[in-house]
Each structure stands twice: as C-alpha cells, then as structure tokens.
Design a protein around this ligand. Structure first.
Ligand code: SAH
Ligand code: AVI
Length: 337
C-alpha cells in the first residue's frame, strides 16, 4: 500500500513523485472479484507490500531461483551494446522493484553521457522508496520521476518523453505474470509510449525442462511459500480479514499445455474466512485453492508474434548459451532501428 508520509521523503531529496491514490479501492475490488469467482484467484501484484518486496528480493538469492542471476548475467554482457544501440536519455522501468539490476542498464548509458532521467514504475511504495536514494547517490544529478502505480493502468500518463530517446525496461520476467489474453493489450498500451528511436527491453524466462523451473518456485528454504502466503497477510491487514496463513499450503505446478508455472494457495481444511471491510464471508472446501500467480515461460516466436500484433518488431534477441533465459529488444515496427 502507498505510504504517503514516507514517500514524501523522496520529494525532499528532489525526486518527482506520482503516487496513485486508489490502491486500497483496487485491492478491495480485486479481492471481492477474485474470491467470489470459481476457481478463486488473486492478482499477483498484491504480493508486494513491504514484506512481500523483501521476500521477493530473498527469493532472488535462493539457489533454486535462477531467473535473476541469469538475467543479470545477460544484462552484464549486453548492457553496453544496448546503450550503443539506444542512446537513451530516459529509462522507464516497469515493475522496477528494488532496482537491483537497473544499474546494469543505467551504468553504460550514464558512462556514455546520454542518461538524464529515470522513471521507476511500481505498485510497491516501499520498494521504490528504498531503491531511489541509492540511485541518486550512484548517478548524481539524474532526474528521477518515481511512479507508485499499476503499470497496466497508468501507462497513458507516461506518453510524453522528457529526455528522448527512451528505453522502456520490463525486467525480471514480470511479463510472465500477464495472462496470454492480456499480453497483446498490454503491448498495445506500451506501443504509444515509444517513438521511432525508442525501444522496449523485455526480460523473459524461457521454456525448458520443468525439473529446472518448478524448484525455482518451491525453494527448500520456503521463501517462495512465505511470499505466496504474504498475499493473505496483505488482505488481513488492509481489508480486516482473518485468513490463517498456515491453513493454506503453497502449491506449485507446471502447466505443460500453457507452458507456465501456476502458483496456488490450497486450503488444508474446509473453512470460512471473514473479510470485514467487504462484509464478505468466503467459504473454502478442503483442498480448494486460490490461484495467486502464473509465471509464463516463453519461446522466441511467441514474443515475436505478440510484439508484431502490437506493432513492435524484434530488434535483437539475446539468450544464454543453454537458453534458460532471454532478453528481447523491441522497437516500433517500420522504425529505422
Ligand atoms: N524488476 C525487478 C522486480 C521484479 S518483481 C527485478 O527484476 O528484480 C515484480 C515487480 O513488479 C514488483 O516490484 C512488483 O511490485 C511489481 N509489479 C507487479 N505487478 C505490477 C503492476 N501491475 N503494476 C506495477 N508494478 C507491478
Ligand atoms: C514475475 N517475477 C517477478 C517472478 C517470477 O518468476 O514469476 C515472481 C515470482 N513469484 C514467485 N517467485 C518469483
């Protein structure tokens, strides 16, 4: 949830700040809809309160969770080439979180002298609030326009680019959370943010042996399980619900047909949960689950096709040697590139 008083501290150090006020209402609407549906579901963006963002960073350090390390290694390799290809004055980062990998893109642009402005966009006020001071220290004089917003809803506000050309980064395989039916729509909404000299850089996990993928979402230390249950803690705190976190088991499965990880919370018993702020009682059968996240794994042609339908062309494709993880550079179709 947004914490305006602490976010205001960013303004005191010269950061431009836009925080969307309707977060609580959006959570209430999503919980009402998701838990009244059959099967039950909750959107993954609600994992990321202060604790959830910390748990995500801890997931990234688990030996089983390869995506962060793989993406960082790729960005280390290609960051210089991207900076040469797109001499960005402005970097917009969707789902920036702790911005831990951002310097792998920002450093080469800063060294080349083109970078003027960084626009992190994330629903997690805490993540943004913690990330930004370190970035200002690393890049003195960088304009930072921090946006605590839902990147699926608030993209229109980002149409004007103040320091062209622009590079939009969407890292961490967060694109894997987007439902297939919504992917084209999402890319269509990103497209107007890009001028002919701009580009969108997407990090995406790739289809591979599920024996590698599944443990990444079910680490032995139980960090992903705690992250998954954290969404219930968010609902308890924000909507005065009485979920017992231990009454739900963390469950991970590989959906081979849809090439995606599915993460659920499975009710260990028959139970009724009260959500006081919504005046709602939610009944769970024993074994009934809430789908809390999908994490799609991609193939080059899937990215290429989705991009093309949204008027974007694949300008460069980078993957590691064993093709576990990939990064795509997309630009408006027909632009010089
Ligand atoms: N890019 C970072 C963080 C990835 S975790 C990395 O690669 O490590 C996903 C991030 O996206 C979280 O910080 C979460 O708060 C944010 N996020 C998820 N859904 C979002 C949405 N709809 N709008 C804005 N931010 C979102
Ligand atoms: C979307 N991305 C940031 C992560 C992923 O791999 O899908 C989120 C995550 N969920 C559980 N572990 C990691």
């Amino acid at each position: 949830m947004t914490a305006p008083s602490r976010l205001a501290a960013l303004e005191a150090i010269g950061v431009e700040l836009h925080a969307c006020p309707e977060t609580w209402t959006a959570l209430a609407a999503d919980v009402l809809e998701g838990l009244s549906s059959s099967p039950k579901s909750l959107p993954p963006k609600w994992f990321y309160d202060a604790r959830g963002s910390e748990l995500f960073d801890a997931i990234c350090e688990q030996p089983e969770y390869y995506p962060t390390r793989r993406e960082a290694a790729l960005l280390r390799e290609i960051g210089g080439a991207i900076a040469a290809d797109v001499p960005a004055g402005e970097v917009v980062e969707l789902g920036s979180g702790s911005s831990l990998k951002s310097p792998l893109l920002l450093d080469p642009l800063w060294a080349a002298g083109t970078l003027r402005r960084y626009v992190p966009v994330d629903v997690s006020a805490t993540a943004v609030e913690r990330a930004v001071p370190a970035l200002l220290e690393r890049y003195p004089g960088l304009e930072i326009d921090a946006r605590v917003c839902d990147f699926t809803a608030e993209l229109g506000a980002l149409r004007a680019c103040r320091r062209p050309p622009r590079l939009i980064a969407f890292l961490g395989s967060t694109i894997g959370n987007v439902q297939p039916a919504e992917l084209q729509d999402f890319l269509l909404r990103v497209r107007p943010l890009l001028g002919p000299r701009d580009a969108l850089l997407v990090g995406h996990d790739l289809v591979k042996d599920p024996a590698v993928i599944v443990p990444a979402y079910d680490d032995a230390a139980g960090v992903t399980a705690a992250f998954n249950r954290n969404v219930l803690a968010v609902v308890n705190r924000e909507l005065h619900a009485d979920f017992e976190l231990d009454a739900f088991a963390h469950e991970v499965s590989w959906n081979a047909a849809l090439e995606r990880i599915e993460i659920r919370l499975r009710s260990r018993t028959a139970q009724v949960v009260r959500i006081a702020s919504l005046g709602l009682e939610v009944t769970f059968q024993a074994g009934e689950s809430i789908l809390t996240e999908i994490s799609r794994k991609f193939r080059r042609e899937v990215i290429e096709r989705a991009a093309a339908r949204a008027g974007l062309a694949l300008r460069a494709w980078h993957a590691d040697a064993d093709e576990w993880y990939g990064v795509s550079l997309l630009s408006p179709a027909g632009s010089a590139g």
